[in-house]
Design a binder for this molecule. Sequence first.
Ligand SMILES: *Cc1c(COP(=O)(O)O)cnc(C)c1O
Length: 414
Amino acid sequence: MTIKNSSPLSYKKGKLHFDNIPLASIAQRVKTPFYLYSEKTLLDNYGLFLDSALEANIEKPLICFALKANPNLKLLKSLARAGAGADIVSQGELKRALDAGIKASKIVFSGVGKTGEEIKKGLKAGIYSFNVESIEELELINSEARKLKKKARVAFRLNPKVHAKTHKHISTGFKTHKFGLLKEDILKSLKKKSLWSDTDLVGLSMHIGSQLTCLKATKKAIKELGSLALEVNRPLEFLDVGGGLGVDYGPEEEKRFSTPKQYMEIISSELVSSFYKKYSFDQKPRIVFEPGRVIAARAGAFITSVVRTKKSEDCHFAIVDGGMNDFVRASLYGAYHDILTEKKAGKKTIKTDIVGPICETADCFGTARSLPSLKAGDLISVSDVGAYGFSMASHYNMRNLPKEVVISLKGKLS
Ligand SMILES: *Cc1c(COP(=O)(O)O)cnc(C)c1O
């Protein structure tokens, strides 16, 4: 049981608190299972990311929060007020971003499968950029733009052919992955006039994966992005370096992980110090970011209560009312998340498996965790679930979606 520095969770007088409010008092008002978010932690992380960019001499960075990490309307409104843009991957996310008050001029649309209908909606809204992942997609954007008599703003997503060291399900920048375009195909397409009748190339983008801890592949990919921009040799409004910066979830993650400051220093050295000097047009392209996890993960906890305990031989189980349908990262990626009990553990602990009610063995939040002896009704908190938590929840086993509660900056529950 450890609590990370920037976490909204803390123990006071042996009782678990969230944003300094006793968890027990929150659980009296909201029935478990539910997601609990801290607006303060979210904004702190956004602020840290932005400030790290500015301190690394990255001027006018545009931070497009990746909605797929957490599309909660209240949190998005808060990010919108702080000036954030959005990285979206569907028309549902487009609508949510606009509803939250995020300006269309700060929205980038990623994804390999944009449909004609989605492209039309993006064009009508007037989004900042379609990050194009194939020539076929560019053709469709061009024809939809022609029909609407609009010029589409597009950026190519480069596939930089790098192996990002992360879980294989969330590595996206190698040539065998479905994402992005190879450099030679991008350069070839620029010569094909018919593709550009109703489109403008305004930028270049990349995104090599998620939960990146070692930034070697990132550095290499950013270098590739810069060198492509030089070869393209025309004025560009922006270079979008994607998202992916990892979060320290706990003991099973690699110890060596990078901070926003280290990340920004790499970007600054590749782009500001190196690329900008070689770029021949007056207006240097601004740098766009698409972080999700690093902004939202710490801001959320998943609160569930023990339904009953069970012992078989020397295995101790705490069966809780939340399941893998509510929070799937542990089951899907074998991801580690800290688990805290409402009462702080003393010296005497029992190695316990925290499992859900779903009929799958993978329905497990953590195994052999040293926890105090538990009984029915006890509250459990799963830490750092503000990214890819609720957004991946499902109705599996015909269960309801979990509730979501936000603690506002003023300490109000809503
Ligand atoms: C998922 C995704 C992101 C965000 O990734 P994080 O690891 O949450 O920062 C950014 N850009 C694109 C294109 C994505 O698919």
